[in-house]
Design a protein around this ligand. Sequence first.
Ligand SMILES: [Zn+2]
Length: 315
Amino acid sequence: MSEPRVEIAAPDISAYRRGSTGIPYVTTFESGRAGPHAVITALVHGNELCGAHALVALFERDVRPCRGRLSLAFVNTEAYARFDPANPKLTRYVDEDFNRVWDPATLDGSRRSAELDRARELRPQIESADVLLDLHSMQLPSAPLLLCGLAAKGRRLAEAIGYPAVVVADAGHRNGARMRDFGAFADPASPAAAMLVECGQHWARSSVAVAIATCGRFVAALDLVAPETLERLGDEPLPESQRMIEVTHAVIVNGGPFRFTADFQGLEVIPKGGTLIGHDGDLPVRTPYDDCVLIMPSRRLGPGLTAVRLGRYVA
Ligand SMILES: [Zn+2]
């Protein structure tokens, strides 16, 4: 299997270090009018460049709220600073995955790491968000996915955003909480809602256009910016309809070594239940039902990591 090419550069974000909030690399624009606090985050994973490009575009194209507040945050800037196009996989994080430390016990505990320090620094911003859009990208060149969680409020927001074409209703990861699943976002009784978008392959140029378009559709769904502002974010066509996949299973690497039976890229639909898709050590891994969809098969297959998630189209 050939490695994906690095088609885009890591943009210079040093101009945004100072920010406006006292937290490095976090800027809040206040409209002075009532409305929600919307937060858009990029670089939760330090090698996922499209989100950084999208935030830079929002700054440079003067995307400012006409009601409520809009915050733009570059997250794992320490990992990002080490990004090397010759070794682009190495800078996902410094010490640990930033997107697995967001349970209160871990955040409130005494353990420290580069990512935990940054999560604690960002926590007040995240806790004050009414709506969050977290920009990510994928190892493999799968179609873009909007991950909306299992609660009805997330599905409604995904529908209002209307982009990209495939929505994934997913539970959190068992090996640690994502920022998107933190606190009020995961509480069905709270109106706070969070989306995570996987824009395409990490280093593909097309992922940048998807990231910018998702930001545009997000602020439009919230009625946060004036129509002429939206025009500055390009005219990526809206899909005619969205389809939704409900995640039913996560295949976690147990003993390992784990290997797939084919070079799956994501969104394959396996017609027959019981089809062999991989092996975890000697144990066969089979699809649990007919028309099973493979979501983001991973090439990081260490023990405890998610090899692939399985789901079915529900709309
Ligand atoms: Zn990511």
